[in-house]
Design a protein around this ligand. Structure first.
Ligand SMILES: [Mg+2]
Length: 145
């Protein structure tokens, strides 16, 4: 019998944690702009400033790749989850009922308070953010929770 008080909910960000979305985003950007950047060039959360493009163009590429390239990704990888929530960048993830959050976006940890745990997934755009719990691979989560 499982003690319901000991159960914890873990929320795993899909975009750039579970799926390495920026690799595909960069590929689509390069195709549209005849450029040759890679994911490591995205060293800040604000892609529009790094690449000097509009926020709309950034969003359009995300929308395109999620609609056209990633839509069956979870099924393809046989990833099952209890719930899948789509949260826009300006909606705080802390509004949702989780105990542990694994995410690559520093902003999602800004309102996180004990006993909730935030695990930052290392990406080129969050290297300058100071956070005590960081991982490079999801397999490292098991050792932390
Ligand atoms: Mg993300």
């Amino acid at each position: 019998m499982v003690d319901s008080d000991s159960r914890r909910t873990i929320a795993i960000d899909l975009d750039s944690v579970l799926a390495d979305t920026m690799v595909i985003w960069v590929e689509e950007f390069n195709k549209r702009n005849s450029s040759s950047i890679n994911k490591d060039n995205i060293i800040s959360w604000d892609i529009s400033k790094i690449l000097e493009i509009s926020i709309t163009e950034v969003s359009d590429i995300f929308t395109y790749i999620w609609d056209e390239r990633w839509i069956k990704w979870l099924d393809f990888h046989k990833i099952h989850c209890d719930d899948l929530l789509f949260v826009y960048d300006d909606a705080p993830k802390t509004n949702y009922p989780f105990d542990i959050l694994v995410d690559d976006a520093p902003i999602n940890f800004s309102q996180l308070v004990h006993p909730r745990i935030g695990i930052l997934f290392n990406q080129p755009w969050n290297k300058n953010f100071t956070w005590p719990i960081r991982i490079d691979s999801l397999s490292q989560v098991i050792n932390l929770v």
